[in-house]
Ligand binder design. Sequence first.
Ligand SMILES: Cc1cc2nc3c(=O)[nH]c(=O)nc-3n(C[C@H](O)[C@H](O)[C@H](O)COP(=O)(O)OP(=O)(O)OC[C@H]3O[C@@H](n4cnc5c(N)ncnc54)[C@H](O)[C@@H]3O)c2cc1C
Length: 458
Amino acid sequence: MNTVTRPRILVVGAGFAGVECVRRLERKLSPGEAEITLVTPFAYQLYLPLLPQVASGVLTPQSVAVSLRRSSRYRTRIIPGGAIGVDLKAKVCVVRTITDKIVDEPFDYIVLSPGSITRTFDIPGLTDTAFGMKTLAEAAYIRDHVITQLDLADASEDPAERASRLQFVVVGGGYAGTETAACLQRLTHAAVKRYPRLDPRLIKWHLIDIAPKLMPELGDKLGRSALEILRRRGIEISLGVSIAKASPEEVTFTDGRVIPTRTLIWTAGVAASPLIGTLGAETVKGRLAVTAEMCLPDHDGVFALGDAAAVPDLAKGQDGAVCPPTAQHAMRQGTHVADNVIAALRGQPLRPYVHKDLGLVVDLGGADAVSKPLGVELRGLPAQAVARGYHWSALRTGVAKTRVMTNWLLNAVAGDDFVRTGFQARKPAKLKDFEYTDAYLSPEEVRARVEGAGRARA
Ligand SMILES: Cc1cc2nc3c(=O)[nH]c(=O)nc-3n(C[C@H](O)[C@H](O)[C@H](O)COP(=O)(O)OP(=O)(O)OC[C@H]3O[C@@H](n4cnc5c(N)ncnc54)[C@H](O)[C@@H]3O)c2cc1C
C-alpha cells in the first residue's frame, strides 16, 4: 500500500463533533482510501454536560473522560497537541505538541472542531478571579476549592472571614451555570453536617444572570419550576444582574451589592475557539461562517462544525438562524460532516445538515430536575430519569457507561466523604490558567511561518 498518495484528512479537536467524525471516517473509509489524523491535546473525549456532577463529587473525573484508544479498530494517527494556526491557502495546520514542539501538518481535507472557550467580558478582575466550568481540571479543582472554603471557615475565629468563605457566586443562568450552582449547593448542604462548628445558615449560594429568565429555552412554565426548586433549596437567584468588578475577596454586582466571597464561578456563555481567528475568514459572532454542508465557501476541502462554527439551522426555517452550541448538534454534525468529507473525496454531491432540536434536560441534583424531551414538560423524578437516561446513552463507550452508572449508584447508596485532596493548594489557578487562550498565532504569523518552512525545504 502506498501511503504517500493517500489523501490526508486532518481533524482538529476530539470533542463531541471531532470524535463522531473520526469514528465515522474509520468505519466508512477503507485504510487505503485516506489517511486520518486527529490533533488533540488530551487522550480523551470530555463529556461536558456531566462536569457539574464531577465538581460536586457525584462522578469521578475519569468517568466522564472517554478514552480515544478503546479499540484496535481505531486506526487514526493521534497527534498529542493543539492546533495554533491554519494556513488555508497552503493547506497546512500549525500544531504545538504537548512537549511544546511546533510542527506543520499538511492536509488535503481539514475538519475544524476545536469547540469553544468560556466567553469573558472586560470586567475588572474577572479573568484573575473567576473559575470556569469548561475543562476536567477546572471541575476537579472547583470541588477541592469549595471543600477548602468549608475547612478554612471552620478553622477561622474571624466572623468576617467565615462569612466570606461561605458565600459562593455563580454567574450564568444557562444550563451550565444552573446545574453547577444546583449541584455544588447540594455538596455544601450535605458537607456542612460534618462541620459542627459551622452555622449552615451562613452558607449562601448566589446564581445571577443579566437575562430576565433562567434557561429561556425551557419555556415560561418549566423555567419557573426550575427557579422555584432552586429558591426552595436556598439558592439566591438574581436576574437582570451581572458583575461590575471582582477581586479575590469580594464581588460587586451591577445592582451595587458587594458580596464578600472567595468563589466566583463564571459560566456566562461560550465563544468559538481562538483557532478560528487564525484563519482570517468570515465569522458570525466569532464562529466560522460555513454553508449548510459545513464547508467554508471558496476553500476546497475545509469543513467546520460544532461550537466553533455557525452552521445554518435549516430545521428552524428562519433566515440567518444558526445551530445553538450544544452537544446534541455537535455529535450529529460530526457524523454528517464525515459523510460529506467522504462524498467530496469520491466526487459525489454533499448533503446539507438538518436536525430538529430534541429538547433539553437539566439535572439539578438528587431527585430535582426539569426536562423537555420532544416538547414534553417533565419535573422531578421523571425528568431526572430522562436526564440521566439521555446522558448515559450518549456516552460513547461501554466502560464510560459502566463507570458513570456505578458512580451514580455508589453516590446514592454511600454518599460523599467530602475529602479535600490538596490539589494545587499553594498555587491557586483561575480561568486564564485552564483554557490556554494565549497559545494561538495571528493569521500573519501563520502565513510567515508556513512560507518560511516552505523556503527552508526548497
Ligand atoms: C457545563 C456544561 C454543560 C453542558 N450541558 C449540555 C447539555 O446538557 N446538553 C447539550 O447538548 N450540550 C451541553 N453543553 C454544551 C456542549 O458540551 C457543547 O456544545 C459541545 O461540547 C460542543 O462540541 P464540540 O465538539 O464543538 O466541542 P467540544 O466538545 O468542547 O470539543 C472540542 C475539543 O477540541 C479540543 N481543542 C480545543 N482547542 C483545540 C486546538 N486548538 N487544537 C486541537 N484541539 C483543540 C478540546 O480540548 C476539545 O477536546 C454543556 C457544556 C458545558 C460546559
